[in-house]
Design a protein around this ligand. Structure first.
Ligand code: CIR
Length: 260
């Protein structure tokens, strides 16, 4: 169960955020704010305390807080984001993390290692880490070494076609995993009950499990039906403006339980 969530309000500069899909258009900032409000309301419905950080205009992508750190049941691992315009976001987040984790349980990924939280998928005490354009081999080596010091484990999953690991695969607990594209046949995930995401709904592979409820992006009826058939209560949240920046439901929050 998660007790806490951290989000950051989108900033006006989000219209200049990084995107691989400019054909989707520029995000509508006012609509993005309303969608963020609905996202926060959905999280609160799942019984967590939500910390809402102020917008940070110097970082256009800073609403995607998931990439700044990885919060485990034993420690916080501050990331070293692998793209220049976002690199400072982890330092910006650290004072907030200090309110939830004791100082001796806050670790860091350091140069030449890079790692972004979107590449980390937690399955119990094991963490799958995508090796991507943002997360490199040295970042993964450091990350797994930190996990092992705390009795946790990690393994690398190379990826080719998507931005982050969780762009294409997400664990929704109880042995159930949403898998799309290049992740459908990966041997790493063979043991899970795979819910296969159709190609035309690939964006909705990025759902989040929140204390028994699964939050699903609006506009993906097949995925919604499959998640409901698997027995979950669902909440639908529209993330259309974040999709224009390659962002999804998981990217917009840090989900964890405070250690203090
Ligand atoms: C970026 O390219 O970094 C942002 N526009 C999107 C980040 C999405 N974050 C995530 O998947 N965890």
């Amino acid at each position: 169960m998660f007790k806490n969530v951290i989000v950051r309000r989108p900033c006006r500069a989000m219209v200049d955020g990084i995107t691989s899909a400019p054909e989707l258009g520029t995000p509508d900032f006012e609509l993005a704010l309303r969608q963020h409000d609905a996202y926060i309301a959905a999280l609160k419905e799942c019984g967590v305390e939500v910390t809402v950080l102020d917008a940070a205009d110097e970082y256009p992508d800073s609403c995607f807080v998931e990439d700044t750190c990885v919060l485990t049941r034993e420690c916080a691992i501050m990331d070293n984001p692998g793209t220049t315009s976002r690199n400072g976001e982890a330092k910006l987040m650290e004072p907030t993390i200090r309110a939830f984790f004791p100082a001796d349980r806050i670790e860091h990924i350091v140069v030449p290692g890079t790692l972004e939280g979107g590449d980390v998928m937690m399955v119990g005490d094991h963490f799958y880490v995508g090796r991507s354009a943002r997360t490199n081999a040295e970042g993964i080596r450091q990350f797994i070494a930190i996990l092992e010091r705390y009795g946790l484990s990690g393994s690398e999953v190379p990826l080719e076609f998507v931005l982050h690991l969780k762009t294409g695969v997400n664990y929704i607990e109880d042995g159930n995993m949403l898998v799309s594209g290049e992740f459908i046949e990966k041997p790493d995930f063979a043991a899970y009950n795979k819910i296969v995401i159709p190609e035309d709904e690939a964006y909705a592979a990025n759902c989040i499990w929140m204390n028994g409820t699964v939050i699903v992006p609006a506009g993906y009826p097949t995925v919604l039906a499959r998640v409901q058939e698997a027995g979950y209560r669902t909440i639908v949240v529209d993330t259309s403006e974040y999709r224009k920046l390659d962002g999804g439901l998981s990217c917009l929050s840090l989900r964890f339980s405070s250690l203090v």
